[in-house]
Design a protein around this ligand. Sequence first.
Ligand code: FES
Ligand code: FES
Length: 239
Amino acid sequence: EWSREAVVYVNGVRRVLPDGLAHLTVLQYLRDVGLTGTKLGCGEGGCGACTVMISYFDEQSKRSVHHAINACLAPLYSVEGMHVITVEGIGNSQHGLHPIQESLAQAHGSQCGFCTPGFVMSMYALLRSSGEPPTEEQIEESLAGNLCRCTGYRPILDAFRVFAKTDDLLYTKTSLESNSAGELVCPSSGKPCSCGKGTANRRDDPVCVKQYSPVLYNKIDGSLFVEKELIFPPELILR
Ligand code: FES
Ligand code: FES
């Protein structure tokens, strides 16, 4: 039966959009309903602080597709029939961080934190939309619309590198760099690395292992393995 209601799912929760909100952006709506993890930075599509993921059912491919969007640019009713996932929908410190959040925190990729939800959601959309682990280049491209005034980006890229496709996930990709004194330094902290004698030793060093715990991918479809990932709402699958 065809419904006249404007339905949107936000973080797995069904919401009916009332009439008369055509002046609102998705960002204003989200923040009005209390989801203030999504930030208003520039308000004109330039900074990525407002990034959320939208999912919709693609009739041609007959599957749900996922995209990162700037919520500050999207009119509210443009996401009717879609699933909007914000940073609140993927993890929190009370019920457990998502591996993306965990990795960003551990690698010091968040300082003032204003850009963090946007970076997390751009990365999340990339991981959910690609059928297999992305390359480092794809990760960099997916973050092209996210600005950070604090970190200089290096710790963010280091944090997300663990999600890149490699033979041996982290360990072969995290190359050790030298500082001016010729010492090998940890790529994350920039400090001389106690296990810097070679990549083999890095696996055994409890500090490095803790900092860069490898990420698990689903062996069947290559997607990031997370136990409680939000599913695409069956109601939004058009028949
Ligand atoms: Fe800057 Fe949306 S607030 S891109
Ligand atoms: Fe401050 Fe990125 S951590 S803007």
